[in-house]
Structures are given as C-alpha cells and as structure tokens.
Design a protein around this ligand. Structure first.
Ligand code: ATP
Length: 213
C-alpha cells in the first residue's frame, strides 16, 4: 500500500500553492495525499470563511483529478484541531502504513509550539516543503529533535511507518492565502492564483471582500 500523506491547513482559501505542493509531494513520495482543513486552528486567528465554505472551495479545487483527496475529519471535531490527535486516529485506523505529515517550512519552524509535538515523530514521517519568501533558522529544540532523522525522499524511508524528516524540493511558488485575502479585500480578483473551479462556487468572494484582508 502506498504511504498516506496529509496536508493540513486552514485553506482560507485553498490556492494554487497548496495544490501544487500536494501534487508534487504525491509524485516525490509516491503517496496518496489528502488535504485536511482544520476546524479551529490552534495557532492562529479564526479563518475568515466558514468550514462549509472552505470545504466547498476545496471540493471545487480538487474536481477533475483523483490523486489528491479531501479529508474533512477535523471539521467534525469540537475544540482545536490538533495534528497529534488526527495522527493518533489515523495510526489506529491505518495500522503500520507509513504516514507523512506534510507542511511548509514556515509551519515546520513553528513545530515546537504545537501540542505534544515530539509525539508527531512517533506517529508519522514529516515532509517539509521549501517555501519561497520564508527564511528563518530552526529553533534549537527542533534542530535537536530532527538530528539523525533527515533522510532522502528518494530513499527507502517508507519501510518504517514513522520517524523520518523528508525535505521536499518543490517548485517555488510565492503564493499565500494571506496575500489572496488582501487582494480580495481590495476588490481585486486573483484569477490565476486560485484554482479555476472555485469561481463556480457561489457566495464566497463576498465573504472575503467584506473582511479587513
Ligand atoms: P495563510 O497565508 O493564511 O497563513 P497559507 O497560504 O500558509 O495561509 P495554509 O492553509 O495555512 O496556507 O497552509 C497549509 C500548509 O501548506 C502549511 O503547511 C503551509 O506551510 C503550506 N503552504 C501553503 N502555501 C504554500 C506554498 N506556496 N509553498 C509551500 N508550502 C505552502
């Protein structure tokens, strides 16, 4: 069975950067990839769009292909969406299948602030994307935690179910949801930064237009 990789995020809204890195991860890791929107993200201000709107945009964005899937399980849980809880559930359900938690370099640098973050290495491999525009040294405790874990994504990391850190060299795309929200709030239409299908979803543009950006 192929490894199962998860890209968690706010997806407020989903953009071409998310789709591109998720797609390239599926190729680099030969993995099934699921996009998993967070209900109440623990590390940031609440999303502008509702969970239903973000899911509708994700569904529209993922239409027409079957390599990337939507996994909405975190939206059904009360309280903050902790990745460690999601991975515990996935581990229980997937047996010894290799799991990979995907994230951009920005998210990775903040890992030591995540709930029970050391446990993540016991539950999954971590796949870290390069992210243009983001440059920060990893904090010392993160550096210590990944010592001996960095492995080549083209190697045989998948013979173990968890514990490695894979650096994924993806096509650099300096696109963020923050910038897209700002453009929308200014009344602009970032047509080609967003997947085409989202423009058929009714009502969502107004939600971002009304927000302060
Ligand atoms: P925001 O600007 O609101 O923080 P975002 O664009 O970072 O949003 P998220 O939904 O927070 O999007 O991101 C989900 C995951 O995808 C995170 O791990 C993030 O680092 C990663 N990611 C998002 N955009 C890119 C990109 N252009 N390149 C690499 N990784 C990305």
């Amino acid at each position: 069975m192929k490894p199962l990789a998860i890209l968690g995020g706010t997806f407020d809204p989903v953009h071409i950067g998310h789709l591109c890195v998720a797609w390239e991860a599926s190729e680099l890791l030969d993995a099934e990839v699921r996009l998993m929107p967070a209900g109440v993200p623990p590390h940031r201000t609440p999303p502008v769009a509702s969970a239903e709107q973000r899911v509708a945009l994700l569904r529209a964005a993922l239409a027409g292909q079957d390599r990337l899937q939507l996994d909405p399980r975190e939206l059904g849980r009360d309280g903050p969406s902790y990745s460690v809880d999601t991975l515990e559930a996935l581990r229980a359900e997937q047996g010894d299948r290799p799991l990979v938690l995907l994230m951009g370099a920005d998210a990775f640098a903040s890992l030591p602030s995540w709930h029970r973050w050391s446990r993540l290495f016991e539950l999954a491999h971590l796949g870290v994307f390069t992210r243009p525009g983001f440059k920060a040294a990893w904090p010392a405790d993160l550096d210590a935690a990944i010592t001996g874990r960095l492995v080549d994504p083209a190697g045989d990391w998948y013979v173990r179910e968890a514990g490695s850190v894979l650096q994924l060299e993806v096509t650099p795309l300096e696109i963020s949801a923050t910038r897209i929200r700002r453009l929308l709030a200014e009344g602009r239409v970032p047509r080609y930064l967003l997947p085409e299908g989202v423009f058929d979803v009714p009502g969502w543009l107004e939600v971002y237009r009304r927000s302060p950006g």
